[in-house]
Design a protein around this ligand. Sequence first.
Ligand SMILES: Cc1cc2nc3c(=O)[nH]c(=O)nc-3n(C[C@H](O)[C@H](O)[C@H](O)COP(=O)(O)OP(=O)(O)OC[C@H]3O[C@@H](n4cnc5c(N)ncnc54)[C@H](O)[C@@H]3O)c2cc1C
Length: 440
Amino acid sequence: MNDYTTKSYWFTTRSYSINEPLKGTVSTDVLVIGGGYTGLSTAYHVKRLSPGSDVTLIESDIIGYGASGRNAGFIMTLFGFTLSLTKLRFGQERARDAQLYMQRAVDYSKELIEQNSLDCEFEYPGFLRVATTPHYVKRLQNELNLAEKLGLTGIRWIDKDNVREKIRSDMYLGALYEDRCGLVNPAKFAWELKRLCEESGVHIYENTPAESVKLKPSVTVKTPGGVIHAEKIMIALNAYSLHNRKLKRRQIPVTTHIVLTRPLNEKELDTIDWKERQGIEDARNLVHYYRLTRDNRLLMGGGNVALSYGKTVDRDPDEKIFTELKNNVRRTFPVLDDVEFTHRWSGPVSVPIDMSPAMGYVGDKRAVYSYGCVGHGVSITQLNGKVAAELLLENYSGLSDIFFVNRKVPPWPPEPFRYGLSFIIKKGLQLEDTIYERNV
Ligand SMILES: Cc1cc2nc3c(=O)[nH]c(=O)nc-3n(C[C@H](O)[C@H](O)[C@H](O)COP(=O)(O)OP(=O)(O)OC[C@H]3O[C@@H](n4cnc5c(N)ncnc54)[C@H](O)[C@@H]3O)c2cc1C
């Protein structure tokens, strides 16, 4: 078994009891493969919609081992990459629908955590997307104009002085502000979702990878210690969908990195003056995201991303990216010039070629998939689980009418062209960032 505690700081913040792997042959009504937020939410909602159904979830490592236990914990409203890209790809109406779905996803996540008293260090401080150059000011104002044109509310522009009342850094020239954003300890969130599932009667097996998945003539999944026969199956593998024969060209894993400081002291906190503790992202294509943890460590993530070749999903992190992130902490908050960094880690996000989420049926109605949340999956996966449950049970409330269910996803080309294309896209995004950061 992989040592999960090395995969993110969050895994070290609570003790965790790992379930036994599956041994022998079992039959179940609904089998969920993958124990991240998508899989857990799906299992939970199947039980809510159909309490009599037998539901089994298998996870190759431990619950939250993938992106769900390693992310930055922003429960935020962004769908895919940017609102402009969503509009370009899907048109105005769908861009608005996507954003409304995301607002609902954030509200639903908040409700889920509060109503079930999930112990996951939840706070609800709002969100700032900061502009650090005049070009980024224009980019953000264009995004806001588009949001207003689509009739979306909840986002507003705040000027330089107002941003500096919220957090002190000379880098900020203005920001988009949104009340609707929460922060969690992501691993605790995943593990609390596991608790909810088990309390609802879901059987969860850890260290149980699906080795082969056969849909015909009936759903049969082999694991190292057993076999599962199921009526219906949910493939909740996100970036690991690369290993599924039917989904392997639909998305690629892209690795994003995080560094974490020791807890900041009173003097440092006073100087930064991050009073309301908003989650922050900048306006770059290869975005930096940062926040404070419950014990006032500063988490800085994002920037450059690392690409994988071939079948690798969980690639080794890139040391240069950790260094860039540390430099970005110092650039943003010079008072932290000497601060020690205690943790660093990375994880795979799932990126379709059009950088937008997708879910739906695989072939007939026995199998459902979900992937492609890019770096914005903490909230959407909670609502997607509800949609997946409706698809699996063929019990539709209208929620699954959202356009990204059963949408056609253009495939990535096979290797070596896949790597080449992803490299060109990344370089294009980086080049645009460089241009936006020059001539200031
Ligand atoms: C570093 C980082 C920072 C991020 N920050 C944010 C953020 O702040 N806000 C936000 O909204 N989003 C963020 N994201 C994205 C977000 O974490 C993901 O979109 C979300 O967690 C996806 O959940 P999931 O359940 O679909 O996938 P995953 O959590 O990846 O779950 C897939 C699971 O499948 C398991 N698995 C793989 N193969 C098998 C197999 N053969 N059999 C059984 N199980 C298998 C894996 O171990 C894994 O646990 C971030 C991601 C990363 C990596």
